[in-house]
Design a protein around this ligand. Structure first.
Ligand SMILES: Cc1cc2nc3c(=O)[nH]c(=O)nc-3n(C[C@H](O)[C@H](O)[C@H](O)COP(=O)(O)OP(=O)(O)OC[C@H]3O[C@@H](n4cnc5c(N)ncnc54)[C@H](O)[C@@H]3O)c2cc1C
Length: 399
């Protein structure tokens, strides 16, 4: 006797970013077919780095491509928090062997395109996953157990489940939640990737380094087998409107950072081809499910990047959703409700925690900066590990 499939028709995954592709792989692992609909003309990611906590690697392992993902990563030794005015350390958290042993996986940095490439290849290799580009979903329709994605060209694709993994400006969320535009944070982030030889030699640290200054911070780390350095500089300049990837001159961006010490400022001077994003997020929301439609990743819980967890949470969502479909033995309603109940508190903690980190750790000045330094300098590595247990210790399955 053959067992009943967990879903009798393919799932439709709207969005081919990290969250959508990981979900298609998770579903395939449970024997569920899916069609990934990506609006762009090719599957790709922006040319920048991403930090991945051990929880991302727990998800990779669950999804079956842990080794392929680990092969793309640079394993940093520490997370370094520096005072950008004093040019002095605030916290130095080792993420070497004891950290890896405690959390069962490394903290690593990876080029987005490399990571995304691993996911695209794994999806392409799966006989259960169909990938379509130039497929922009504008709405959905549902009747009984059938949900239909409606594309911009008027075509309709029906399936047994629709997963809205279509990012910050999700069309699926617009219909499902209808909560308007994302919240503009007023924080502007500038990104650049430079060859390692252009990074000041004295700053070529094997660390994810963050220089915290009044209303600004600067991050750097090595990528792609140390061939390049990823630079990210953020300032709280009350930018009023969302912007995505606009080229900007060095002179223009330097204005938000001229009050920091010479060493962190030199990072900006060494950057090239800077581009800017005005960051957005949303309030946590409890509506993630409408019948056979469910939200995932940034579509469900967009967050500021200050905990470096947006993509990690999308990966955990993918693991959790596929696991719930299996553990509820194909009872889709029960699986979606369980997924929603499990994921909301954890992702809301990341959304709220990221805002707090920006205000109280990355951007304070004067007495508040002194307070930050005194609290953070008094902590041991073990204290930091204990603080991070809730985040890195789990598997994305509530454990
Ligand atoms: C500056 C910055 C730094 C960050 N650093 C980190 C970090 O270090 N670590 C970390 O974990 N996270 C980080 N993040 C967050 C992370 O990038 C996101 O959380 C993650 O990429 C979300 O993945 P996603 O698949 O949900 O959405 P997205 O990556 O936005 O993917 C959505 C996909 O859907 C497609 N799409 C959109 N609309 C439609 C439609 N209507 N129809 C079809 N397709 C559609 C898009 O083209 C895209 O391919 C950072 C974010 C920023 C802005």
């Amino acid at each position: 006797m053959t067992s009943k499939p967990l879903l009798d028709r393919p799932a439709i995954v709207c969005g081919g970013g990290i969250g959508g592709l990981a979900t298609a792989l998770g579903l395939a692992q449970k024997g569920i077919r899916s069609t990934v609909l990506e609006q762009a003309s090719r599957f790709g990611e922006i040319g920048a780095g991403i930090q991945l906590g051990p929880n991302a690697f727990h998800a990779f392992d669950y999804l079956g491509f842990g080794d392929a993902a680990r092969a793309q990563a640079v394993y940093i030794d520490r997370l370094a928090l520096m005072d950008a005015i004093e040019d002095a350390p605030i916290a130095d958290i080792p993420v070497d062997e004891p950290f890896r042993t405690r959390f069962g996986n490394p903290y690593a940095v990876v080029h987005r395109a490399d990571l995304h490439g691993v996911l695209v290849k794994a999806c392409m290799d799966s006989p259960l996953i169909e990938m379509r580009t130039d497929a922009r979903v504008v709405a959905y329709d549902q009747k009984g157990d059938t949900v239909t994605a409606i594309l911009a060209d008027g075509s309709r694709i029906a399936g047994g489940l629709l997963i809205g993994a279509d990012g910050l400006r999700s069309a699926i969320r617009a219909q499902l939640v209808g909560d308007g535009e994302p919240r503009v944070s007023g924080h502007t982030t500038y990104r650049s990737v430079i060859p390692t030889e252009k990074m000041p030699e004295e700053l070529r640290w094997n660390a994810a380094t963050l220089w915290a200054g009044p209303k600004c911070h600067i991050v750097h780390y090595p990528l792609s087998g140390w061939k390049v350095f990823n630079l990210v500089a953020t300032c709280h300049d009350d930018a009023p409107e969302p912007v995505s990837g606009k080229p900007v001159s060095k002179q223009e961006m330097r204005k938000g950072f001229e009050h920091v010490a010479a060493r962190p400022l030199s990072i900006i001077d060494n950057g090239e081809d800077w581009r800017l994003w005005v960051l957005c997020d949303r309030e946590p929301c409890e509506t993630w499910v409408d019948g056979r439609v469910v939200l995932l990743g940034d579509a469900a819980h967009p967050t500021l990047q200050y905990m470096a967890q947006g993509a990690c949470m999308a990966l955990e969502d993918a693991v959790c959703l596929s696991h719930k479909l299996e553990s509820h033995d194909g009872d889709v309603d029960a699986a979606l409700e369980d997924y929603r109940l499990e994921r909301i508190p954890r992702t809301a903690r990341v959304q709220m925690g990221s805002r707090l980190m920006g205000d109280h750790i990355f951007h304070p000045s004067g007495a508040r900066a002194m307070l930050r330094n005194s609290i953070m300098r008094a902590k041991t590595a073990e204290d930091y590990y204990d603080d991070l247990q809730w985040l890195y210790g789990g598997t994305g399955l509530g454990g």
